[in-house]
Unconditional design. Structure first.
Length: 181
């Protein structure tokens, strides 16, 4: 299964017009839920920018971090990562390989080996266009940012069924959609 998991503002952006996403940081309750969703992921697919954001988890000091953060770090570190980039020549995290281009057939083969997650709206759009995304996990923040990088590009369409939802004390809402065949 291929999952597109994303944290988004209420108005549908992954970051704001200045490229910031500090408003999207999950609290411990949300992160614990994320951990449960991510625990089965064997491979993460990233574009260069998302990888450069996520590689933080490779080197973060866990000394003063709560258990839920240590848990997420372990989940992330234990998964394989595939980074699609024409400019990045070497990975700076373990279990990571660089690929020059997104290949739908290779992703189909990865899906046969276990659960895969695609991170970032640009790469996710390629996976959606190729008919590869099976589920959409959208964590909606109680924030309107007025512009930035859209969760879904205008040119992407998908018919979805809502199969799960969860509301958090912080105002976050989790929506899980299954894609139609």
């Amino acid at each position: 299964m291929l999952v597109y998991s994303v944290i988004a503002s209420l108005d549908g952006y992954t970051n704001d017009a200045e490229g910031r996403f500090d408003w999207a940081e999950p609290d411990e309750e949300v992160l614990a839920f994320v951990n449960d969703q991510e625990r089965g992921i064997g491979t993460y697919l990233y574009g260069r920018r998302m990888y450069e954001t996520m590689v933080y988890w490779e080197t973060v000091s866990l000394a003063d971090e709560p258990a839920v953060v240590r848990d997420y770090t372990g989940i992330w570190r234990s998964a394989d990562k595939v980074v699609y980039s024409t400019t990045l020549k070497a990975a700076c995290s373990a279990r990571t390989r660089i690929e020059p281009r997104f290949d739908p057939e290779t992703v189909r083969a990865l899906k046969q080996q276990g659960d895969v997650s695609v991170g970032g709206p640009g790469l996710a759009a390629s996976a959606i266009r190729a008919g590869l995304v099976d589920e959409f996990h959208v964590f909606v923040t109680p924030m309107v940012v007025g512009g930035g990088t859209a969760v879904f590009p205008d040119s992407v369409r998908a018919r979805l069924d809502l199969v799960d939802q969860h509301r958090f004390a912080s105002g976050f809402i989790f929506l899980r959609y299954h894609a139609h065949d």
